[in-house]
Each structure stands twice: as C-alpha cells, then as structure tokens.
Design a protein around this ligand. Sequence first.
Ligand code: DX5
Ligand code: ZN
Length: 218
Amino acid sequence: SRDILIASSILASDFSKLGQEVRDVAEAGADWIHLDVMDGHFVPNITFGPDVIKSLRPHSDKIFDTHLMIEPCDPYLEAFAKAGSDIITVHAEATKHLDRSLQAIRNLGKKAGVSLNPHTPESVLEYVLDRLDLVLIMTVNPGFGGQKFIHAMVEKTRKVKDMIGDRPIDIEIDGGVTPETAPLVAAAGANVLVAGSAVFKGGTIDSYGANIAAIRKA
Ligand code: DX5
Ligand code: ZN
C-alpha cells in the first residue's frame, strides 16, 4: 500500500507568525502544508486569502495544498494558482459546474481536488473521476479546527477508494485526525491525512515533530 502523507493544517497555528510556523512544521516532518481558505459564506468562519498564501510561499518548498471553502470559487482560482498553490481543492457543494471548475484548475497547471462535506454522497464524483487528482473527504463539518471525527466517513472512504480503482488519485481525510482515528481511515484507503490541532498542539517545533511522528506511527 502507499505511504501515508501528513498535510499539516496551519489553521491551528499561531497566525501572528505564520511564516515561522510553516518553516517549523516543515522541518518537523510534515509532507504537505494544508491551507484552509474560508469566506464566512460557504462556511461560518473567515481565514485568509491568496495574498497570505503568496507571502508564505517563499518559506517552504513543500506541496501547498489549498482547500477552498469559498462560494463561488471559480472567480478566485487563478489568484490561488498564482499565489503558489500546487493543489487546489474546491467543494462539490460550492460550485454549480464542478466539471468546469476542475478543468479550470488543470488549465492553470495545478492539481485538481474535490472536497465532499460529510452529508454529500461520493456519487457526485462519478462523472468527473478523470478530471481529478485528489478527493478530500471531510470528516467534520468544515469551518473550524478541533472538531470530533465523524465515524460514518470511514465507510465513505472505502467507497471512494473502490470508485477510483487504479486511477492515480489521492484520497485525503480532513477533520479530527488523531493517532486514534488515523489508522481507521488509512485502512479504508486514505493516503493523505490532514491534521491541524493534533499537529500544532504544544506550540513548539519539538512538539510538532513528536505529534507528526505519533500520527505516522499509528
Ligand atoms: C476544517 C478544515 C480543517 C481543519 C482540521 O474546516 O478544513 O483542515 O484545520 O483541523 P483539525 O485537524 O483540528 O480537525
Ligand atoms: Zn481543510
């Protein structure tokens, strides 16, 4: 089976020193940097936009995994591409024309992801599978870090794994990932785990290293 990658969500980091946090978590062993963009409209919280991502870009050469929780998303795809995202993930629920949004991301030269809210069935992926590089399965309702993992999403992960067959599509899990929940989704077929609070707890580079190692080991 594939190696498990850890995508650290900076949502749980200290926003007053984001550049340092990105450098620290990269040095502590994170594989990807997960960037949660929220608009106060699609989700009930507001974070940051493309200018912040652009200013973080020089701080790390890790994959920048941009998770857009914004509606509409299409008008902003180019800005997030230019800011230095490597992967751009849109929510199936936040675009009327998912096929068009995915084509737009690939036309910008970026990898294209689709995220599914907990209530959204995996069947929405059926006719866009060949336009996808990544499926992001929300295991909490998007908007906030530190929420409880929704166990029914383990079965959804299994179904997505079956659907994608041998296509080179990453399956990423987002929300409530801890050393306790990580093995459940890894066994179901996920190969990228987003972790925010479970990585940044402790607030020092040593704790980030220990936290990442604990998830990997689990
Ligand atoms: C939630 C975000 C997540 C969040 C996960 O809407 O998409 O990426 O940061 O945080 P934890 O790992 O604390 O559940
Ligand atoms: Zn996220």
